[in-house]
Design a protein around this ligand. Structure first.
Ligand SMILES: [Zn+2]
Length: 262
């Protein structure tokens, strides 16, 4: 488990399944405790026991089994309240509180922004709490989720809204895919020195058994090939090389397709 301090809460990061992360949000001024996207119950229960706090809430970003798989088990252990997008109420097990994306919501005295980020799935949301972003399978370290349900235009808009957050926002995504994503990225954006520096730093972290996550919006904006189409010179150069239209959406769509077949 790794712990990160924010001004009003701590975030505990737990590894689950083969490459998932579950996050526990522990507010400083409250006994509430939330798990974000619990793939498995056991690691969550172990940390609750260690912290001496019962789990009171589950925040789901989307309905996939590796994000909601432990909803029922944790609810039966702790009688916790399960929160998700109202649009996905039928697909998220045990949901109690239906959120409306775009409408502010508060929990444990914290103002939480519920961002509508369709693309990977149509009901995908992200939780922004102060400078901590819980973005599930929308934005990854140097990557983005596959388009299972949404269109490239929807995903591009979702990623653009995340990219517009301040540089210092910490990106708590749901998978450790960063190194493979960075290797793909170097083939797409070879002249990017921030990218080659990141590959070294993150490879070193993995060699030492450390997570590459959280990253930050600033790091993602400069190195993530799925956010780079917003940079006009990258966009033009990529489009020229690929023989496609030099607009951000066309370039994003082409890079996403290449990654699907990589
Ligand atoms: Zn997913």
């Amino acid at each position: 488990m790794w712990t990160y301090q924010h001004s009003s809460f701590a975030v505990h990061q737990l590894a689950a399944l083969s490459d998932n992360y579950i996050y526990l949000i522990a507010p400083h001024n409250s006994q509430l405790l939330a798990a974000v996207d619990p793939a498995e119950a056991e690691p969550v229960i172990a940390v609750c026991t260690e912290l001496g706090r019962p789990l009171t809430h589950i925040f789901n970003t989307h309905h996939h089994w590796d994000h909601t798989g432990a909803n029922d088990a944790l609810k039966s252990s702790y009688d916790c309240t399960i929160i998700g997008n109202a649009n996905d109420a039928a697909r998220i097990p045990g949901m109690d509180v239906q959120l409306q994306p775009g409408r502010p919501w508060s929990w444990a005295g914290l103002e939480i922004q519920i961002m509508d980020v369709p693309g990977h799935t149509l009901g995908h949301i992200a939780y922004l709490i102060e400078d901590a972003l819980f973005c599930g399978d929308t934005l990854f370290g140097a990557g983005c989720g596959r388009l299972f349900e949404g269109t490239p235009a929807q995903m591009w808009q979702s990623l653009s809204s995340l990219a517009s957050l301040p540089d210092a926002v910490q990106v708590y995504c749901a998978h450790e895919y960063t190194l493979a994503n960075l290797r793909f990225a170097t083939g797409v954006d070879s002249g990017n020195t921030a990218l080659s520096r990141r590959l070294q730093t993150d490879a070193d972290k993995r060699e030492h058994g450390q997570p590459t996550i959280p990253s930050t919006i600033g790091i993602e904006r400069s190195t993530n090939p799925f956010l780079r189409p917003a940079d006009a010179s990258f966009c033009t150069a990529y489009a020229e090389g690929a023989g496609i239209a030099a607009d951000a959406l066309s370039v994003f769509t082409d890079i996403r397709k290449r990654k699907d077949h990589w």
